[in-house]
Design a protein. Structure first.
Length: 292
């Protein structure tokens, strides 16, 4: 009994920190979302759920939500499934030296900050002097002269492409670690049974990295709905609000338009979305847990 009480006592500081810095701000944010609040004058007026009604009637909010959703879907395709496939290819190489070299090469972009990566790609996409247009012009002269970040049809996809390049190596490294944990005997037994590399990937590797796959989907989707830096650095939500995501639209409403209640409502929506995704993914992963 004493040991249990002593163990619980060690958890009290962590619980206090969680309550003060996580749960209390969540409750406060919901309270702020029911106010019309001028953060410069300090005047506050209770408006109930009017901020949410205005939010769901705001076309830029739905554009931002769609961009976040598109961001999440592409991130799952490239960072989760693409990272898993690349990790499997790297781990299939027999040379340990080449494995280490390739892991390092693909991980280097992840060591670059999002702000620096955003500025780098901002200049790559520059229509007159940018590397991308020059490379395409060399392949097909007179065909490509495109303002990638200046046109609504390509701006958001260009931003997402930068983020995939920046985060691809990190997910690959995590999947490589998960694949290394699979007992070599399982691959050897499958090979003795006549299974080729592709069949071993689908029958052995893929099922046994299911938990890491679930974790990466959870992290990727949650991160996709909290995107901020790359959009602010590369487009600031333009052109014509076409590349706003929920994070940048929150910032614009709170600190540019001085509508803090509206911004708090966006923050609550982001929290509900990420919490729902996390609970669903954890439930699915727990039901399909693999042990060996």
């Amino acid at each position: 009994m004493y040991r249990r009480a002593a163990g619980l006592a060690w958890t009290v500081p962590a619980l206090v920190l969680l309550a003060v810095f996580v749960y209390l701000p969540l409750v406060q944010n919901f309270g702020y979302s029911t106010l019309s609040w001028d953060i410069y004058s300090g005047s506050q007026q209770f408006v109930g759920l009017d901020n949410y009604r205005d939010l769901f009637a705001d076309p830029v909010f739905w554009t931002s939500f769609t961009n976040n959703l598109w961001y999440a879907l592409l991130s799952i395709v490239f960072q989760v499934f693409g990272g898993l496939l690349l990790a499997a290819l790297i781990e299939s190489i027999r040379s340990t030296r080449w494995q280490r070299a390739l892991r390092t090469i693909y991980f280097i972009p992840s060591a670059i900050s999002l702000t620096v990566a955003g500025l780098l790609f901002y200049f790559i996409y520059e229509p007159n002097l940018g590397l991308l247009n020059h490379a395409l012009e060399a392949v097909a002269p007179g065909t490509f002269d495109h303002a990638w970040l200046g046109q609504e049809s390509t701006a958001m996809t260009a931003v997402i492409a930068m983020s995939q390049w920046q985060g691809f190596g990190y997910s690959t490294l995590l999947f490589a670690v998960a694949i290394q944990r699979i007992p070599a005997e399982l691959h050897e037994a499958a090979a003795l049974d006549g299974a080729g590399p592709v069949r071993r990937f689908f029958r052995v590797t893929l099922p046994l990295v299911r938990e890491m796959t679930g974790l990466m989907v959870l992290v990727t989707v949650s991160g996709a709905f909290q995107v901020f830096n790359e959009v602010m650095v590369m487009t600031s939500g333009g052109p014509d609000n076409s590349t706003h995501v929920l994070g940048t639209w929150l910032y614009r409403n709170g600190f540019v338009r001085n509508d803090f209640g509206h911004a708090a409502a966006i923050g609550t929506v982001i929290f509900v979305i990420t919490l729902t995704v996390a609970m669903a993914q954890l439930w699915f992963t727990r039901r399909r847990r693999v042990e060996w």
